[in-house]
Design a protein around this ligand. Structure first.
Ligand SMILES: [Fe+2]
Length: 354
């Protein structure tokens, strides 16, 4: 399978990964042949990319770090919790811990897989998909940092609930397509304190999980909010979730901007974000992300174009590429695969559509 922009999808193409509604129902199932009506439906849902299966991407398997079912159920769980909080300012579900334990078990089983998959979020289910992604990314980082099972669970629970306070922020501010006024930004900032109040007395939420909800916008250099604390005064868990939160937000389509490519986001958070984040955690985080995810089209420095087939964990800028168009723009007869760790004269210039 390979990833392709919706604008390049044509009817007759075969969908390689299912697309779900915010309630966890299948909108379009994997294997389905795309008709124009379906493509229009995806456009209406503001989906910008999908995975397709075709001749040139045969046998390319994009593996997720957790099961598709788990991801769908986790999204539905966070949606239920947020719906409940909207009316009652608290939630009664005791399923959060068991869901996080399930995610941890799957991540431990798939320890060698880099984060390859950008979850196909619709604009409507952004908050839920984002919450699950932040949970997964935080837990992977926590595992690499050597946290024990109990601490991982507290980290995962807080990460899953980190933006719960957004349920009481008006939708028109959260989804405003233009720049926020100072007043509106102040309102958004309150989601940390308001969220903390919703979870701090919940018997299913530990103090350190609750602290993530309060502290995930604090920054290492003191430039964050709400308490403007800095360095190691910020709880370790909040320092981890801060990075996962920014990474996932930047690699997602938002109402006010398009998603940014993974390798550009990694460059951004390692360079510009160096003061804002804990350096040790950041290095650990980056090591888990496939800079050029499997299934992505890339342009090489010799002019050839190909699809990423596999990644090299130790050398993230040098994955294995299946050449689809050779350097004079002609479709390659036999799709040869080159391992960029062995072809040091060739570099990836950028990602591209094939
Ligand atoms: Fe937040």
């Amino acid at each position: 399978m390979r990833k392709i922009s919706l604008s390049n999808v044509q009817s007759g193409m075969k969908l390689a990964r299912s697309i779900y509604t915010e309630n966890g129902h299948i909108l379009l199932g994997a294997g389905m042949e795309l008709k124009q009506a379906y493509i229009n439906r995806l456009k209406d849902c503001n989906i910008s990319e999908i995975y397709i299966e075709d001749e040139i991407s045969k046998d390319i398997d994009v593996r997720d770090v957790i099961n598709e079912r788990t991801r769908v159920e986790a999204k539905a769980l966070i949606k239920n919790i947020m719906d409940e909080c909207k009316t009652t300012s608290h939630f009664t579900s005791d399923r959060v811990k068991s869901m996080v334990n399930r995610i941890i078990d799957e991540l431990l089983e798939n320890k060698d897989i880099l984060v390859n998959l950008s979850d196909l979020k619709t604009v409507d289910d952004y908050t839920f998909a984002h919450s699950v992604n932040v949970c997964v990314l935080s837990l992977i980082t926590g595992i690499r940092l050597g946290l024990n099972q109990l601490r991982l669970r507290d980290l995962g629970v807080g990460a899953l609930l980190h933006d719960i306070g957004k349920v009481v922020i008006p939708e028109e501010i959260l989804k405003k397509p233009s720049q926020l006024t100072d007043d509106e930004f102040e309102k958004i900032k309150q989601h940390t304190v308001l969220g903390y109040q919703m979870v701090k007395d919940n018997p299913n939420i530990s103090a350190s999980s609750a602290y993530i909800v309060l502290g995930h916008h604090e920054r290492f250099d003191g430039s964050g909010y709400p308490l403007k604390i800095k360095g190691e005064n910020i709880h370790l868990f909040a320092r981890i979730v801060a990075i996962a939160d920014v990474y996932d937000a930047l690699t997602s389509d938002r109402v006010y901007r398009k998603k940014i490519k993974v390798h550009e986001v990694i460059e951004y958070i390692t360079a510009l974000g160096a003061q804002q984040f804990d350096k040790t955690i950041l290095q650990c985080f980056v090591r888990n992300i496939a800079l050029y995810p499997v299934g992505t089209g890339v342009l090489l420095s010799d002019g050839a174009k190909g699809i990423i087939v596999d990644v090299n964990r130790e050398l993230p800028t040098r994955p294995i590429v299946r050449i689809i168009y050779n350097n004079n723009g002609q479709k390659a007869d036999a799709f040869t695969e080159i391992d960029l760790t062995k072809r040091l004269n060739i570099m990836i210039v950028d990602t591209c559509e094939i």
